[in-house]
Design a protein around this ligand. Structure first.
Ligand SMILES: *[C@@H]1O[C@H](CO)[C@@H](O)[C@H](O)[C@H]1NC(C)=O
Ligand SMILES: *[C@@H]1O[C@H](CO)[C@@H](O)[C@H](O)[C@H]1NC(C)=O
Ligand SMILES: *[C@@H]1O[C@H](CO)[C@@H](O)[C@H](O)[C@H]1NC(C)=O
Length: 325
């Protein structure tokens, strides 16, 4: 039981973000920006899927411009939005699911809530766009801007993570930031499910498994940089970023969600209850629901991945240096 949960969450929490360098326009630091990942990056791709892993209902989006639910799994903006801002884009990168035509030229967001690097992960909640499907969507979009990409589609139905990253490289990506898994043992959902021992505020065995995975991810990234000509992959250490003192940004509640969440056995346990109650002091919470950070926490993750505060935040370089290389 514990093992399957750990495995599921390792897979669910891989976030990959791609920055692709083509020709620069003025304010934008990169001409286009492609995002792959799970619910921390999804901005509406799951809205039309048959799944419980969607966030296109209130109170999600309560602090988004217009106060509308968009499919983002938080109260306001998510990491993808903050990073697009930091990179100088005037608008968010649009979701693949609802974007066609020339708009794809500035990039697309392929991320999907409950998606993982394995096709099977997240199946309990319903349909989702796995990493392989996100890559297939990227191939299709790359076809639309074919002049900009080399077309070398891989036909494999299952690719392990290293081959998925190589596949991005083969599609033309040269600058790629990969977010490691965060401290999943500290999210309210896990704290509510598993016993806490040794006075730790978190479920330590889960965080230990996360650490083992992330160490291997760093080796993989070093290996890709060493072996793929002109490849610039970088690792974002979500653990290092999460270890900051939350009170410095005014956060007071670190172990409970802001919204009223669905109970065990409901369609999407731990996600916000549709039209349920929501805290008024949202900037004092790390978590909006039992899984997903509030926008104030996403803002910190995006800022520190862009401009590292500590050397451990990014290796070998932060995103700001990555785009300048
Ligand atoms: C991430 O940062 C933490 C805290 O500094 C450190 O203990 C850990 O080794 C780092 N992980 C990797 C994979 O570099
Ligand atoms: C939530 O409230 C809105 C507006 O009052 C209503 O249209 C919608 O049906 C409600 N949804 C649920 C699941 O109760
Ligand atoms: C995000 O953080 C920056 C400072 O790093 C701040 O200026 C900005 O207002 C924040 N945005 C939101 C929506 O919290």
């Amino acid at each position: 039981m514990a093992t399957s949960t750990i495995t599921k969450w390792i897979i669910l929490s891989i976030n990959i973000m791609i920055i692709q360098t083509l020709t620069l326009t003025q304010a934008q630091q990169v001409p286009c920006f492609f995002l792959f990942g799970d619910s921390q990056f999804d901005n509406g791709n799951n809205n039309l899927l048959l799944t419980n892993a969607k966030a296109n209902y209130r109170p999600y989006g309560i602090d988004f411009p217009g106060a509308v639910p968009t499919g983002r799994f938080t109260n306001g903006k998510n990491i993808a939005d903050f990073l697009a801002q930091l990179l100088g884009f005037s608008d968010p990168i649009p979701p693949f699911a609802s974007t066609r035509g020339s708009a794809v030229i500035r990039g697309l967001n392929y991320a999907s809530g409950a998606a993982g690097i394995l096709d099977i992960s997240g199946i309990r909640l319903g349909d989702r766009i796995s990493m392989n499907r996100q890559l297939a969507n990227h191939r299709a979009a790359a076809g639309q801007i074919a002049a900009l990409f080399r077309n070398r589609a891989a036909a494999d139905s299952y690719l392990p993570f290293s081959r998925q990253l190589r596949s991005l490289y083969n599609l033309g990506s040269r600058k790629v930031a990969v977010f490691g898994i965060g401290l999943i043992g500290c999210i309210p959902q896990e704290i509510s499910l598993y016993p806490i021992t040794n006075g730790s505020p978190c479920v330590d065995p889960i965080n230990i498994a996360v650490g083992l995975f992330n160490n291997r991810l760093v080796s993989l990234i070093n290996d890709l940089n060493a072996n793929l000509p002109n490849a610039r992959f970088t690792y974002i250490n979500s653990t290092s970023i999460a270890l900051g003192d939350p009170s410095l940004i005014g956060v007071k509640v670190v172990n409970a969600p802001c919204c009223e969440v669905q109970r065990p056995g409901a369609g999407a346990p731990g996600q916000c209850l549709p039209n349920g109650s929501v805290c008024s002091n949202r900037d004092e919470y790390i978590f909006f629901d039992n899984f997903h950070p509030t926008q104030i926490a996403y803002n910190v993750t995006a800022s520190r991945s862009y401009r590292a505060l500590l050397p451990a935040d990014a290796s070998p370089v932060d995103i700001q240096r990555l785009v300048q290389q």
